[in-house]
Design a protein around this ligand. Structure first.
Ligand code: GLC
Length: 455
């Protein structure tokens, strides 16, 4: 506890030094302008390479990793098998992290804050500022040379940087995408929807014909996923969550936030989405789409592969496209950038082996496996551009057309900011409050989150 409260105090003094946002090339131009690049003064010093660059061949690691997909085979096991073949004397014990990012972060921060936890962990792209401020990650730039970080696609390392220190290695990157039933659209002579209202009317048509029970499934449960979905509508409507300095909420200024939430809510009110949509996470929405119950799905890249895997009723029937937008906005709609990085716990006793592991997981071979077997977006520029990788991963063709938006994660208080969003988004969609009230409460919540100092 002592350690945690000390860390909390430290956060308060550092919260106005935003780290750079996370993003792929297209997003970075926009996102860097808005959140500012993390302090660069320390960057040169941080790049002095210390002793353990990741060439260890012995040791024990515990790897905290969420399941990555909801399909089979398990990507973690596939990658681990390859690692163990190459490094037979490094013993890796995998700890399965919760699938829900909010629960994952809460569990992990409790462990690390208590002086324990796994040695290497997967953490999402919104964590670096917070984990950096609380010293929950070993700066990798202390050990790895600049040449290592240069192998990653533009923006990803900047997103993993806090105050000039690179805290994590980009493992795979994600973004919100629209999955659709290409067989049904073809049968009904319908185009891939470019606007939310088109998606709604096409849904109603397919529902009326009895082709599907629901039109559209997405993520609106009381957790991080609802923040991601809401951010996409908010950006389409021209709104923002906070000002550039992360000192105040912008949700209540203008009509964008209410428009965004009202649109999400209308899918439930109009029967296009299930009544229980406010309890839907990635796995729930994936299951509905995979079983043929819904015509459209908003989900991450892994969803393509999962929709074509074991137990799917929609094999060969799925298309992927950028997200729609509002009628008067420019197509495509915004896609939230997500993805997962690999971090080292400061309590690790074997950083050398941890680094060997991280270097393996970010090697071209591992990245190719993630891209071609699991339809993830690889983080290495070289692999992203490889023809054979592109031909095996239909998501990559869409990625070049999407418009990206980051979550407001440049503040160490992001977790609390996000909570203010997802709690109220989900409550409105559960019918517990009007969309207007929900946005006003979210705005108040974001303001208090920005001045808080907790995890
Ligand atoms: C996906 C994204 C991650 C996000 C999470 C929300 O795993 O990659 O960035 O936080 O979904 O549910």
């Amino acid at each position: 506890m002592t350690r945690i409260s000390t860390l909390f105090r430290r956060t308060k003094t550092t919260r106005r030094s935003p780290s750079a946002a996370v993003g792929l090339a297209a997003a970075m131009a926009a996102s860097l302008c808005c959140v500012g690049v993390a302090g660069t003064a320390g960057a040169a010093a941080a790049h002095k390479v210390a002793k353990a660059p990741g060439n260890a061949t012995k040791g024990t690691i515990t790897w905290w990793a969420n399941p990555i997909t909801t399909g089979t085979p398990d990507p973690r096991k596939v990658l681990l098998k390859a690692f163990e073949r190459k490094y037979p004397h490094i013993h890796v014990k995998m700890e399965s992290a919760p699938t829900d990012t909010t629960t994952d972060r809460a569990t992990l921060t409790t462990q690390i804050g208590g002086g324990a936890g796994p040695t290497v962990y997967m953490g999402t792209v919104t964590w670096p500022a917070q984990f950096g401020a609380h010293e929950f990650a070993v700066p990798l730039s202390k050990y790895e040379p600049k040449s290592y970080f240069k192998t990653f696609a533009k923006g990803l390392v900047t997103g993993a940087t806090y105050k000039g220190k690179v805290l994590a290695a980009p493992f795979y990157t994600t973004q919100g995408l629209l999955y659709y039933r290409k067989d049904l659209l073809a049968a009904d002579h319908l185009p891939v929807p470019k606007t939310w209202s088109q998606l709604a009317s096409e849904s109603k048509e397919m529902q009326a014909k009895g082709q599907v029970k629901y039109g559209f499934v997405f993520q609106a449960a009381d957790y991080e996923g609802a923040t991601c979905d809401f951010m996409e509508y908010l950006a389409d409507a021209g709104g923002k969550v906070t000002n550039k300095k992360y000192t105040k909420s912008e949700l209540a200024s203008g009509k964008a936030a209410v428009k965004a939430l009202t649109t999400m809510d209308s899918f439930v009110k109009d029967g296009i989405s299930p009544q229980a949509e406010s309890t839907y996470k990635e796995a729930t929405s994936m299951a509905a789409f995979k079983s043929g119950t819904a015509a459209f799905l908003r989900n991450w890249p892994y969803a393509y592969n999962t929709s074509q895997g074991t137990g799917s009723k929609v094999v060969g029937k799925v298309g992927v496209a950028p997200l729609p937008t509002f009628s008067k906005a420019k197509y495509p709609g915004y896609s939230v950038i997500g993805g997962w990085d690999l971090f080292v716990n400061p309590h690790s006793k074997n950083i050398a082996a941890d680094l060997t592991f991280i270097k393996f997981m970010t090697s071209p071979a591992a990245q190719k496996t993630l891209a071609t077997t699991f339809s993830e977006i690889p983080t290495l520029t070289k692999v992203q551009k490889t023809k054979t990788v592109k031909s095996k991963n239909p998501v990559l063709a869409v990625v070049s057309k999407t418009k990206l938006i980051t979550r407001p994660a440049g503040t160490p208080n992001y977790a609390a900011v996000s909570k203010a969003l997802y709690q109220n988004v989900s409550a409105a969609m559960a019918g517990q409050e009007s969309t207007k009230t929900a946005i006003s409460k979210a705005s108040t919540g974001v303001n208090s989150a920005l001045s808080s100092s907790g995890l």
